[in-house]
Each structure stands twice: as C-alpha cells, then as structure tokens.
Design a binder for this molecule. Sequence first.
Ligand code: CMC
Length: 385
Amino acid sequence: MADAQQTTVQFARGLEGVIAAETRIGFVDGNLGRLVYRGFDISTLVEQSNYEEVSYLLLNGKLPNKEEYSNYVSRLKKLKYLEKDEYDLISKLGKVSHPMSTLRTVVSYIGAKDPRTVEPDVAVQEDLGLELIAKMPTIVAAINRAHNGLDFVKPDPDLSYSSDFFYQSLGRKPSTIEAKMLDTALILHADHGMNASTFAAMLTISTLSDMYSSATSAISALKGPLHGGANERALSLIQKVGVPENAEKIIGEMIDRKDKIMGFGHRVYKVYDPRAKILKQFAERVTTANKQQVLFKTANKIEEVMISRLGSKGIFPNVDFYSGMLYYSIGFNPDIFTPIFAVGRISGWVARALEYVRDNKIFRPKALYSGETGPKKYVPVNERD
Ligand code: CMC
C-alpha cells in the first residue's frame, strides 16, 4: 500500500503534462498544431533555410551571419569523415544487426575511443556535439550501404549536409527536388520538445556524463516503435493495405481490436501534426513523379478512415506517417528510416543537452511505491515452501 505522504504528491504516468525543464530552443503547440524553433515557424524555415542553418540556430539561438555560416559549414565538413576501424565495425555489423542497433553501437564506439569523453567540461561537450552532428549522416549512410551489402561511398567535400547524406547512402547525387525533400525532412525532425529520445539525452548528460553517451541514450530511446520506430511500421501498414479500397475494412477492424495504428496519435498534438502536413505534400509529389501514386492514395484513404473514426479523440497523422513513404519513394529501404530520423534529430539532441548541462540539475524523479511496506520476516532459502 502506498505511503500516505507519497499519495499527496502529484503522480503522472509517463510524466504526461509534467514540466521538468525550461528551454528557449523549441516550442510544440499541440492545440494549434504549430512547431517553432527559436521563434521561427517550421514552415518558414523549411521554405527559406537549410539544415546547416537550422542546426546553427538550434545550437546558438540565432541565425548565423555570412561569416558564422561559412565557418559552421566548414567545421561540419571537416569533421564528417570516419576512420577505417569505424567503417570496419559498420561492415562487421552490416547485415547481422538492425541499423538502429548498429547506429547505437557505432556512436558508442567512437565515443569510447575518445579520451575527451572521460570528464568533459562544457566547452568539450560543445566540441563533441558538433562532431556528432557532422558525423551522423556519414555513419547512417555507411550503415545503409553495409546493411544492403554495398561498398561504402566516401563523403563528398562539396556537397551540403543532406545532399551528401543522400549521395553516400544511395551512391548517386540527388536531383534538386530530392535534395529539397530530404533537407526538408531533416529540418522537420531536428527538434521536437522533450520527446523520449531528447529526454534520454538530457537525462544522461545531467549526470555530467559525456555527449557521446548522451547521444547513445537518445538513439536507444528513438529505436522503439512508439517513438522513431513508427515510420518503418507505418509504411509496412500502408503496403499491407495495398489499395485504397481495402482501407475501410482493414483499418476499421484494427480500430475495433484497439490496435495502435502506427503513424497516428501524439502525446502533444491533438490536431494535425504540422510536420506531417508538409511531408504529405512532398510525398504526393514524389510518388506522382515515381509512378507510385497508389501508395499515396492508400495512405490518404487510411488517413480519412482514421480521422473519421478517431479524429474526435484528437488522433491525426503524425510525422511518421508520411516520412517513411517519402524516404521509400526516393530509394531508401524501410529499416533505415529510423536512423534517418536520428540524422535530423541529432542537432536537437545536442542543442538541448548543452542547454541543460549549462545550468545543470541531475534528473531524479520519484516513483509512487505501491508494494508491501513490511517489515517482513526473512526466511532462509532452505526453509521456504
Ligand atoms: N491508433 C489507435 N488508437 C490510438 C493511437 C493510434 N495510433 N494513438 C492513440 N490512440 C488511442 C489509445 O488507444 C487511447 O485510447 P483510449 O483512451 O480509448 O484507451 C488514446 O488514444 C490515448 O492513447 P495513449 O497511447 O494513451 O497516448 P499517449 O500520449 O501515451 O501516446 C503515442 C502517444 C504517440 C505513443 C500514441 O499515439 C501511439 O502509440 N501512436 C502510434 C505510434 C506512433 O505513431 N508513434 C510516433 C509518434 S510521433 C514521432 C515521435 O515524436 O516519436
């Protein structure tokens, strides 16, 4: 039975609604369906900016001037290369492990080799964070190659963050529209409040652990199907439904069984996720261009069924519903979708971990004890029934 004192403390399962930190980085307005980075609406950034600039904005609180931008991009380009032993590890894990597990292991390995991770001060944490942002596309692209049994493609010093990620992953340079789509997707994934993986990153750094450990925690949290793993499953559901005519029956039965439909619902958004709105437009464009309209039309019908049945409960498509279809249509296989999420989110993880550790207080919530309070008599093992 719970202790009387404990029951007077507010208890929120899954920390729902609990405010545990203050931030100036980003704001998710779940009622109006707005996502804001440092005061900029996400749609403005998607239209007018690029991932490098958004990453700088998240980290530094303002858009860079020309010189700051050029320095930031040069630093990212200098740091994006991997060592031979890092490629070897990726090769070794290649097909035997899920790309998210490989990603977690490789990030942890790179951190383990770095003596700066032993007792980093904030300036070192900043350097490690920048290195992680720079290397993440190279790591994920290499994982994609190894997982598909392909040779590695080394970084191209002249390409932008997202175009080089595309190039190293798929072995060809993106078209203008493909480059814009991928850059948009990475911007839309860059930050999103205190979601599970960001919280994991902050929780780890709050112990004054290092940025590589923080990112390893975040990747571990992102892997789950209720968080980053939903995009892979959302595409698989759309493919299983196959054609729009099947949606009513299959999705209807799933709703009746109370199955969770991947790519729908959100802890914060109770209206249409603004990221899904933007990705849906791109998904329609790319599936039309690639003659995969049936995929888009089926997804659209699933959305219709879901909103008619569950919209009144505040359940709408989230970012994961259309992102998977978009990646698939430009040539990525489903098991690399969640690592792509990590490529976008790395800037948010690093920015929020740094913001937190600069004014640090170790996270240490309490649990409501509902077990027996005893004291019970100890019975030696040989005398127990
Ligand atoms: N399909 C069917 N019913 C749903 C769904 C869904 N996708 N999401 C929520 N519900 C229902 C749920 O069954 C519950 O109904 P009832 O009150 O009758 O028991 C109610 O809505 C509240 O759901 P919850 O699971 O208690 O809500 P939560 O805030 O704890 O969970 C969520 C949020 C995102 C984990 C959940 O909506 C979900 O599991 N969605 C599917 C997985 C998914 O798409 N995840 C990606 C989230 S967006 C990317 C990211 O930030 O990670």
